[in-house]
Design a protein around this ligand. Structure first.
Ligand SMILES: [Mn+2]
Length: 331
């Protein structure tokens, strides 16, 4: 981290980005650091691959972020590029090769395990799997650079940490998330407003969509595994954007009898986005990784092409096997 802070200090121009289909964690971290670095007089470009989901509009992302998919332009050169909340270059395609060309150095700032079967992150990267959010790492960088916090930075960091810990549930056995949150509250931010934007923005259309989708859950492994398939065309039918289906799996996971869940979202015919969750008995990262994806030990995902029934059978088989194994050993 010290080494990275030095590199950031020396850089005059920086480009910040996060993975495609960004979430509150990567978005909050890049915006917070962007505001902080501008206070040091640095030239900061924030360029994401694709548009920001609408629930984050309260942070006014479009005032600060350019979208690569819109016009494929980047600055001619930057001293340092920082990529938040992933260490997998594939998740910033198609921007990655262009970014490599214009950047003197690239560092991933992340808290996901480095994949066994994925591309290796650049040497400059800071990857700390003990951090509960990338916001926590952005906070550490800001402290290391001795940049004073302000309300704008605090709102972005609070968004990041609150989103990734799911309202301070998944804190990785560390008091850090709460400690940082307490510090951020000194800056006159409105936590209830942020919570509402992140977790409370359900609409009438979303409820109608959920009523239909949740009726189709399938259960396996003695009711310990749930599986659900959503279709983007149904989302569009209800005037929803794909990001609005992101919390469906977390909703499913509140079912008491479950240990794990799998959700398929059909993005286009034969093209699926798979999300996997576990309450802790089994790891699901290896299942995602075997399908070309990645993520965390208990929350992972993959983008997959192929016939649905075949992929589904494989996922159900792999997950069921893991669940049965835990039952046998009783651990
Ligand atoms: Mn994250």
């Amino acid at each position: 981290m010290k080494h990275l802070a030095e590199r950031i200090s020396k850089a005059k121009t920086l480009l910040l980005t996060t993975h495609r289909q960004c979430d509150g964690d990567g978005l909050g971290a890049e915006l917070a650091l962007g505001f902080a670095l501008r206070k040091l007089g640095k030239t900061v470009h924030i360029v994401n691959v694709d548009a920001t989901p609408k629930k984050y509009r309260f942070l006014k992302p479009d005032n600060w972020i350019q979208y690569y998919e819109d016009n494929q332009t980047l600055p001619e050169s930057v001293d340092l590029a920082l990529i938040f909340d992933t260490n997998d270059e594939r998740l910033i395609e198609p921007m990655w090769p262009h970014l490599e060309r214009i950047s003197k150095a690239i560092a991933f700032v992340d808290h996901h395990p480095v994949l066994q079967q994925g591309p290796a992150p650049t040497r400059e990267s800071v990857i700390d799997v003990r951090a509960a959010s990338t916001g926590e790492l952005a906070h550490r960088i800001i402290k290391e650079l001795q940049i004073p916090l302000d309300r704008e930075i605090a709102r972005c960091l609070y968004t990041s940490i609150t989103f990734d810990t799911q309202l301070y549930r998944f804190i990785r056995n560390s008091p850090n998330s709460h400690r940082i949150a307490a510090e951020l509250l000194e800056f006159d931010i409105d936590p209830e407003e942020i919570h509402r934007h992140l977790f409370g923005g359900q609409t009438v259309q979303k409820m109608a969509f959920l009523a239909r989708a949740l009726g189709q859950i399938e259960y396996f492994a003695d009711g310990r595994l749930a599986l659900l398939k959503l279709q983007d065309r149904d989302l569009f039918h209800y005037n929803l954007e794909p990001d609005e289906s992101r919390d469906v799996i977390d909703m499913v996971m509140t079912i008491e009898s479950l240990e794990a869940a799998a959700l398929f979202r059909e993005e286009a015919p034969g093209q699926y986005r798979l999300s996997l969750r576990s309450k802790g008995e089994i790891e699901v990262l290896s299942v995602a990784e075997s399908l070309g994806g990645g993520g965390h030990v208990h929350a992972a995902g993959a983008s997959i092409r192929g016939p649905y029934e075949k992929i589904k059978d494989q996922v159900v088989r792999d997950m069921t096997q893991k669940l049965l194994r835990t039952k046998k050993t009783g651990s």
